[in-house]
Design a protein around this ligand. Structure first.
Ligand code: AMP
Length: 397
């Protein structure tokens, strides 16, 4: 079985074509900076790489470009679309409608549209990706794998908000948590890398990218996480504000005469490290600006590092300690200085960073000292393989 995995993020599209007989990745790639004039497609196959830079206005154009390159006579790996047996889609928000991965039907599409209100940055590009694939490959089974499902093991004391109980019963207002596929992958992977059964580990996984969240995984199941009802909650992110005093929302809307849509835009797209720095949501740009003396870029970085460190403390408390802290996603895997800044002051947990070992990017690596009782690791995430496995299982039924 050949599975195409499609992961549409807010400004990116990752794809992998996986041969599920042996889980071999036949081709993979990344479309970055969608909506910008210098958007880039990087396609990798058989040890070769091709880059295309061109304006990519939206996700639909990005999906079309990916399907074209997969069947291209020079750099494609399949003759035609017919070779693809199933498509697995990352879908961010499943609300309470989806507790596990599911085959996409017309009914499911309606439910996904309903969930879009809760994830306005993410579900719409996911849905566009599904529709584009359905249009080009009619009849091929499509599976949705939700970021929310891994967090369904959280106990009520972790997922309930201090609001009237009826809002939970009637409107499903509760913490859902996101990046679940990534947290699930890293929890499985770190257990293998350390050679310790998952049931014996208390893991804090720091998924730090454009969107960021931490998850506490105890005995193999998620017991708490930093994102909430939507992916807007938790720490400040690239363009999202994260947790703020809820009264600020009312105050700002009042004083600036903002509609709910405008306020939503402000918190989702104009806040986070972009809003603080006024420079960029990209951590590479922020690092450069801070090094050149931009105080607001430095402040944005300081806030980001401080919030991760503070949340690690909260999740360690939730689990009664922590055995391993893992760093994953764009910043977690590549941000050497970011990891160093975050880990400064974690010694009280027994976590001591080894500066030499920390000089690593994008591969499984121990980055704590030998006498560190709480281990620190870089574990590159692989949401695609988790999605491919779920897709194979569901499409084979
Ligand atoms: P993701 O959402 O996981 O794709 O992560 C995107 C983020 O990772 C962006 O803010 C990038 O700036 C950041 N990133 C990628 N490479 C690096 C790097 N070498 N150093 C610091 N941050 C990086």
């Amino acid at each position: 079985m050949i599975v195409l995995v499609v992961n549409c993020g807010s400004s990116s599209l990752k794809y992998q074509l996986v041969n599920m007989e042996n889980e071999e990745v036949m081709a993979k790639g990344l479309v970055e900076k969608i909506t910008l004039p210098d958007a880039q497609l990087t396609h990798k196959w058989n040890g070769q790489k091709k880059e295309i830079v061109q304006p990519i206005p939206d996700h639909k154009v990005a999906v079309k470009l990916v399907l074209d390159i997969l069947t291209d006579k020079d750099c494609g790996v399949i003759k035609s679309m017919d070779a693809i047996d199933a498509v697995g889609h990352r879908v961010v928000h499943g609300g309470e409608e989806f507790a596990s991965s599911t085959l996409i039907t017309a009914e499911v599409m309606k439910a996904l549209e309903r969930c879009s209100a809760m994830a306005p940055l993410h579900n719409p590009p996911n849905i566009i990706g599904i529709k584009a694939c359905e249009a080009i490959m009619p009849g091929v089974p499509q599976v949705a794998v939700f970021d929310t499902s891994f967090h369904q093991t959280m106990p009520p004391k972790a997922y309930m908000y201090g609001l009237p109980y009826e809002l939970y019963k009637e409107d499903g207002i509760r913490r859902y948590g996101f990046h679940g596929t990534s947290h699930r992958y890293v929890a499985d992977r770190i257990a293998k890398v350390m050679g310790v059964p998952k049931k014996d580990l208390r893991i804090i996984n720091c998924h730090l990218g454009n969107g960021s969240s931490l998850a506490a995984v105890k005995g193999g199941v998620c017991i708490d996480t930093t994102m909430g009802f939507t992916p807007l909650a938790g720490m400040l992110m690239g363009t999202r504000c994260g947790d703020i005093d809820p009264a600020i929302v009312l105050n700002v809307m009042d004083h600036h005469n903002l509609s709910t849509k405008e306020m939503d835009m402000l918190m989702n797209k104009k806040s986070g490290v972009l809003g603080i720095s006024g420079v960029s949501s990209d951590f590479r740009d922020l690092g450069e600006a801070a090094a050149n003396g931009n105080d607001r870029a430095q402040l944005a970085l300081d806030m980001f590092h401080y919030q991760v460190r503070k949340l690690i403390g909260a999740l360690a408390a939730a689990m009664g300690g922590v055995d391993v802290i893992t760093f994953t996603a764009g910043v977690g895997e590549n941000g050497i200085e970011d990891r160093a800044a975050i880990c400064e002051g974690l010694e009280y947990l027994g976590a001591v960073l080894d500066k030499e070992r920390n000089n690593v990017r994008g591969k499984d690596a121990l980055i704590s000292t030998d006498d560190s009782t709480c281990k620190l690791y870089v574990i590159p995430t692989n949401e695609e393989i988790m999605i491919a496995r779920d897709t194979k299982e569901i499409a084979s039924k």
